[in-house]
Design a protein around this ligand. Structure first.
Ligand SMILES: C[S@@+](CC[C@H](N)C(=O)[O-])C[C@H]1O[C@@H](n2cnc3c(N)ncnc32)[C@H](O)[C@@H]1O
Length: 263
Protein backbone atom coordinates (compact mmCIF):
# COMPACT_ATOMS: atom_id res chain seq x y z
CA UNK A 1 0.00 0.00 0.00
CA UNK A 2 1.67 3.19 -1.14
CA UNK A 3 1.90 6.26 1.08
CA UNK A 4 2.73 9.23 -1.13
CA UNK A 5 4.86 12.14 -0.04
CA UNK A 6 3.05 15.47 0.41
CA UNK A 7 4.92 18.10 -1.61
CA UNK A 8 4.46 20.88 0.96
CA UNK A 9 6.85 23.80 1.65
CA UNK A 10 9.36 21.64 3.58
CA UNK A 11 9.36 18.95 0.86
CA UNK A 12 9.75 21.66 -1.82
CA UNK A 13 12.90 22.93 -0.06
CA UNK A 14 14.31 19.39 0.30
CA UNK A 15 13.67 18.62 -3.40
CA UNK A 16 15.22 21.95 -4.42
CA UNK A 17 18.38 21.26 -2.35
CA UNK A 18 18.74 17.74 -3.80
CA UNK A 19 18.10 18.98 -7.35
CA UNK A 20 20.79 21.68 -7.05
CA UNK A 21 23.50 19.04 -6.39
CA UNK A 22 26.03 18.33 -9.20
CA UNK A 23 24.41 14.91 -9.83
CA UNK A 24 21.04 16.38 -10.73
CA UNK A 25 22.56 19.42 -12.49
CA UNK A 26 24.27 16.82 -14.71
CA UNK A 27 20.93 15.04 -15.24
CA UNK A 28 19.34 18.30 -16.45
CA UNK A 29 22.17 18.79 -18.96
CA UNK A 30 21.49 15.28 -20.34
CA UNK A 31 17.75 15.96 -20.54
CA UNK A 32 18.30 19.25 -22.39
CA UNK A 33 20.73 17.58 -24.78
CA UNK A 34 18.15 14.88 -25.62
CA UNK A 35 15.22 17.29 -26.01
CA UNK A 36 17.23 20.07 -27.76
CA UNK A 37 14.77 22.93 -27.22
CA UNK A 38 14.77 25.58 -29.97
CA UNK A 39 14.11 29.32 -29.80
CA UNK A 40 10.40 30.06 -30.21
CA UNK A 41 9.17 26.63 -29.09
CA UNK A 42 6.21 26.11 -26.75
CA UNK A 43 7.13 23.60 -24.02
CA UNK A 44 5.20 22.22 -21.04
CA UNK A 45 7.04 20.94 -17.95
CA UNK A 46 4.65 18.52 -16.23
CA UNK A 47 5.43 18.29 -12.50
CA UNK A 48 7.65 21.38 -12.69
CA UNK A 49 8.68 21.08 -9.00
CA UNK A 50 11.20 23.79 -7.99
CA UNK A 51 11.38 25.08 -11.59
CA UNK A 52 15.07 24.39 -12.23
CA UNK A 53 14.53 22.62 -15.57
CA UNK A 54 11.79 25.08 -16.59
CA UNK A 55 14.26 27.94 -15.99
CA UNK A 56 16.77 26.36 -18.39
CA UNK A 57 13.98 25.71 -20.92
CA UNK A 58 12.71 29.30 -20.72
CA UNK A 59 16.19 30.65 -21.45
CA UNK A 60 16.59 28.29 -24.41
CA UNK A 61 13.20 29.02 -26.05
CA UNK A 62 13.84 32.76 -25.52
CA UNK A 63 11.31 35.55 -25.50
CA UNK A 64 9.56 34.30 -28.66
CA UNK A 65 8.87 30.94 -27.00
CA UNK A 66 6.65 29.86 -24.13
CA UNK A 67 7.22 27.55 -21.15
CA UNK A 68 4.38 26.35 -18.95
CA UNK A 69 5.32 24.74 -15.64
CA UNK A 70 2.48 22.65 -14.23
CA UNK A 71 2.37 20.99 -10.82
CA UNK A 72 -0.36 19.66 -8.53
CA UNK A 73 1.39 21.03 -5.42
CA UNK A 74 0.78 24.73 -4.66
CA UNK A 75 4.06 24.93 -2.63
CA UNK A 76 6.02 23.77 -5.70
CA UNK A 77 4.23 26.28 -7.93
CA UNK A 78 5.07 29.11 -5.50
CA UNK A 79 8.76 28.11 -5.58
CA UNK A 80 8.82 27.71 -9.39
CA UNK A 81 7.05 31.07 -9.90
CA UNK A 82 9.67 32.84 -7.77
CA UNK A 83 12.49 31.18 -9.73
CA UNK A 84 10.92 32.09 -13.11
CA UNK A 85 9.76 35.61 -12.19
CA UNK A 86 12.34 37.35 -14.42
CA UNK A 87 11.43 35.25 -17.47
CA UNK A 88 8.13 36.54 -18.93
CA UNK A 89 7.99 33.68 -21.45
CA UNK A 90 7.42 31.28 -18.50
CA UNK A 91 4.27 30.80 -16.46
CA UNK A 92 3.37 28.31 -13.71
CA UNK A 93 -0.01 26.75 -13.08
CA UNK A 94 -1.45 24.35 -10.54
CA UNK A 95 -2.71 21.31 -12.42
CA UNK A 96 -2.92 17.54 -12.63
CA UNK A 97 -0.84 15.43 -15.05
CA UNK A 98 -3.85 13.26 -15.92
CA UNK A 99 -6.14 16.21 -16.81
CA UNK A 100 -4.16 18.89 -18.65
CA UNK A 101 -6.19 22.06 -19.08
CA UNK A 102 -4.81 22.94 -22.55
CA UNK A 103 -6.20 22.69 -26.07
CA UNK A 104 -5.13 19.86 -28.41
CA UNK A 105 -1.73 20.47 -30.03
CA UNK A 106 -0.80 23.40 -27.73
CA UNK A 107 2.89 22.44 -27.38
CA UNK A 108 5.90 21.60 -29.56
CA UNK A 109 7.53 19.63 -26.74
CA UNK A 110 6.97 18.37 -23.21
CA UNK A 111 9.20 17.28 -20.33
CA UNK A 112 8.31 15.38 -17.20
CA UNK A 113 11.18 14.33 -14.96
CA UNK A 114 10.70 12.31 -11.78
CA UNK A 115 6.93 12.79 -11.90
CA UNK A 116 5.10 9.92 -13.65
CA UNK A 117 6.41 7.45 -11.06
CA UNK A 118 3.97 9.24 -8.70
CA UNK A 119 1.04 8.91 -11.11
CA UNK A 120 -1.30 5.92 -10.69
CA UNK A 121 -3.11 6.19 -14.06
CA UNK A 122 -0.28 6.25 -16.61
CA UNK A 123 -2.43 5.47 -19.69
CA UNK A 124 -4.49 8.57 -18.86
CA UNK A 125 -1.39 10.73 -18.23
CA UNK A 126 0.19 9.67 -21.55
CA UNK A 127 -3.11 10.16 -23.43
CA UNK A 128 -3.16 13.73 -22.11
CA UNK A 129 0.51 14.24 -23.01
CA UNK A 130 -0.22 13.00 -26.56
CA UNK A 131 -3.28 15.25 -26.91
CA UNK A 132 -1.55 18.50 -25.91
CA UNK A 133 1.45 17.93 -28.22
CA UNK A 134 1.24 18.92 -31.88
CA UNK A 135 1.79 16.13 -34.45
CA UNK A 136 5.56 15.56 -34.56
CA UNK A 137 5.95 17.04 -31.07
CA UNK A 138 8.54 15.58 -28.65
CA UNK A 139 8.17 14.25 -25.12
CA UNK A 140 11.08 13.70 -22.74
CA UNK A 141 10.20 11.57 -19.71
CA UNK A 142 12.68 10.54 -17.00
CA UNK A 143 12.00 8.31 -13.99
CA UNK A 144 13.92 6.14 -11.51
CA UNK A 145 13.67 2.36 -11.43
CA UNK A 146 14.32 1.56 -7.76
CA UNK A 147 15.07 -2.07 -8.67
CA UNK A 148 18.35 -0.77 -10.12
CA UNK A 149 19.70 0.23 -6.71
CA UNK A 150 23.02 -1.00 -5.31
CA UNK A 151 23.48 0.41 -1.79
CA UNK A 152 26.11 -1.04 0.48
CA UNK A 153 25.04 -1.90 4.03
CA UNK A 154 26.25 -4.01 6.96
CA UNK A 155 22.77 -5.56 7.19
CA UNK A 156 21.37 -6.49 3.78
CA UNK A 157 18.02 -7.77 5.15
CA UNK A 158 17.35 -4.49 6.98
CA UNK A 159 18.41 -2.51 3.89
CA UNK A 160 15.93 -4.53 1.78
CA UNK A 161 13.10 -3.65 4.20
CA UNK A 162 14.08 0.03 4.16
CA UNK A 163 13.99 0.03 0.35
CA UNK A 164 10.64 -1.84 0.29
CA UNK A 165 9.27 0.85 2.56
CA UNK A 166 10.68 3.64 0.31
CA UNK A 167 9.07 1.97 -2.75
CA UNK A 168 5.79 2.75 -1.00
CA UNK A 169 6.20 6.50 -1.57
CA UNK A 170 5.56 6.00 -5.30
CA UNK A 171 2.65 4.79 -7.41
CA UNK A 172 5.16 2.72 -9.45
CA UNK A 173 8.79 2.40 -8.28
CA UNK A 174 9.57 0.33 -11.41
CA UNK A 175 7.94 2.51 -14.06
CA UNK A 176 10.88 2.84 -16.53
CA UNK A 177 10.81 -0.85 -17.51
CA UNK A 178 7.19 -0.35 -18.64
CA UNK A 179 7.50 3.09 -20.23
CA UNK A 180 8.35 1.93 -23.76
CA UNK A 181 5.16 -0.16 -24.21
CA UNK A 182 3.08 2.49 -22.41
CA UNK A 183 4.36 5.17 -24.82
CA UNK A 184 3.66 2.99 -27.86
CA UNK A 185 0.13 2.15 -26.69
CA UNK A 186 -0.51 5.90 -26.28
CA UNK A 187 0.44 6.47 -29.94
CA UNK A 188 4.04 7.68 -29.50
CA UNK A 189 7.20 6.49 -31.24
CA UNK A 190 10.09 5.97 -28.83
CA UNK A 191 13.09 7.63 -30.50
CA UNK A 192 15.83 7.28 -27.87
CA UNK A 193 16.35 5.89 -24.35
CA UNK A 194 19.31 6.74 -22.12
CA UNK A 195 20.40 5.69 -18.66
CA UNK A 196 21.16 8.47 -16.16
CA UNK A 197 22.91 7.01 -13.10
CA UNK A 198 22.94 8.65 -9.70
CA UNK A 199 26.22 7.22 -8.54
CA UNK A 200 28.36 7.76 -5.43
CA UNK A 201 31.37 5.48 -4.91
CA UNK A 202 32.35 7.65 -1.94
CA UNK A 203 30.54 10.05 0.35
CA UNK A 204 30.03 13.69 -0.54
CA UNK A 205 27.92 15.83 1.79
CA UNK A 206 26.40 17.88 -1.05
CA UNK A 207 25.16 15.14 -3.34
CA UNK A 208 22.07 13.28 -4.52
CA UNK A 209 23.16 10.40 -2.24
CA UNK A 210 23.17 12.63 0.85
CA UNK A 211 19.76 14.06 -0.07
CA UNK A 212 18.14 10.69 -0.74
CA UNK A 213 19.57 9.22 2.46
CA UNK A 214 17.95 12.04 4.47
CA UNK A 215 14.66 11.67 2.56
CA UNK A 216 14.50 7.89 3.10
CA UNK A 217 15.40 8.28 6.78
CA UNK A 218 12.50 10.71 7.29
CA UNK A 219 10.04 8.64 5.25
CA UNK A 220 10.92 5.33 6.94
CA UNK A 221 10.57 6.84 10.42
CA UNK A 222 6.95 7.70 9.60
CA UNK A 223 6.04 4.65 7.48
CA UNK A 224 8.38 1.82 8.51
CA UNK A 225 5.95 0.02 10.83
CA UNK A 226 4.04 -1.47 7.84
CA UNK A 227 7.31 -3.08 6.72
CA UNK A 228 8.25 -4.48 10.12
CA UNK A 229 10.64 -1.61 10.84
CA UNK A 230 10.58 -0.06 14.31
CA UNK A 231 11.93 3.47 14.82
CA UNK A 232 15.02 1.83 16.37
CA UNK A 233 15.53 -0.30 13.20
CA UNK A 234 15.36 2.81 11.03
CA UNK A 235 17.81 4.64 13.27
CA UNK A 236 20.19 1.66 13.27
CA UNK A 237 20.05 1.61 9.46
CA UNK A 238 20.91 5.32 9.39
CA UNK A 239 23.68 4.98 12.00
CA UNK A 240 25.15 2.08 10.01
CA UNK A 241 25.37 4.35 6.96
CA UNK A 242 27.09 7.03 9.09
CA UNK A 243 29.65 4.45 10.24
CA UNK A 244 30.27 3.30 6.65
CA UNK A 245 30.74 6.94 5.62
CA UNK A 246 33.26 7.45 8.43
CA UNK A 247 35.20 4.35 7.34
CA UNK A 248 35.18 5.43 3.67
CA UNK A 249 32.94 2.49 2.72
CA UNK A 250 29.86 4.29 1.42
CA UNK A 251 28.52 3.13 -1.98
CA UNK A 252 25.22 4.00 -3.65
CA UNK A 253 24.13 3.67 -7.25
CA UNK A 254 20.61 3.93 -8.68
CA UNK A 255 19.51 4.48 -12.26
CA UNK A 256 17.15 6.93 -13.84
CA UNK A 257 15.99 6.33 -17.44
CA UNK A 258 15.29 9.09 -19.95
CA UNK A 259 12.86 8.39 -22.84
CA UNK A 260 12.55 10.67 -25.86
CA UNK A 261 9.33 9.95 -27.73
CA UNK A 262 7.63 11.67 -30.64
CA UNK A 263 3.95 12.12 -31.36
C1 LIG B 1 10.45 14.72 -7.37
S1 LIG B 1 9.60 16.15 -7.89
C2 LIG B 1 10.35 16.46 -9.49
C3 LIG B 1 10.29 17.92 -9.88
C4 LIG B 1 10.84 18.30 -11.24
N1 LIG B 1 10.16 17.64 -12.33
C5 LIG B 1 12.33 18.07 -11.36
O1 LIG B 1 12.76 17.08 -11.93
O2 LIG B 1 13.06 18.92 -10.84
C6 LIG B 1 8.00 15.51 -8.32
C7 LIG B 1 6.99 16.60 -8.64
O3 LIG B 1 5.88 16.01 -9.32
C8 LIG B 1 4.69 16.62 -8.86
N2 LIG B 1 3.59 15.70 -9.15
C9 LIG B 1 3.46 14.42 -8.68
N3 LIG B 1 2.32 13.86 -9.15
C10 LIG B 1 1.74 14.79 -9.95
C11 LIG B 1 0.54 14.81 -10.73
N4 LIG B 1 -0.27 13.76 -10.76
N5 LIG B 1 0.23 15.94 -11.42
C12 LIG B 1 1.06 17.02 -11.38
N6 LIG B 1 2.19 17.06 -10.64
C13 LIG B 1 2.54 15.97 -9.95
C14 LIG B 1 4.97 16.87 -7.39
O4 LIG B 1 4.10 17.81 -6.83
C15 LIG B 1 6.43 17.31 -7.43
O5 LIG B 1 6.56 18.69 -7.58
Amino acid sequence: MSQMIEFDEAAAKAVEAMYLTPDVVGQRARVLDMLSPKPGERIIDIGVGPGLLAQDLARLVGDTGRVVGLDMAPAMITMARTRLAALPQAECVVGEATALDFADGSFDAAVSTQVYEYVADMPKALAELHRVLRPGGRALVLDTDWRSIVWHSSDEARMARILDCWDGHLADPHLPAKLGPLFRRAGFTVARVEIVPMFAAFWQPVSYAAGIMRAIHGYARGNGAKYGLSEADVQEWYDDQLRLIERGEFFLSVNRYAFLATR
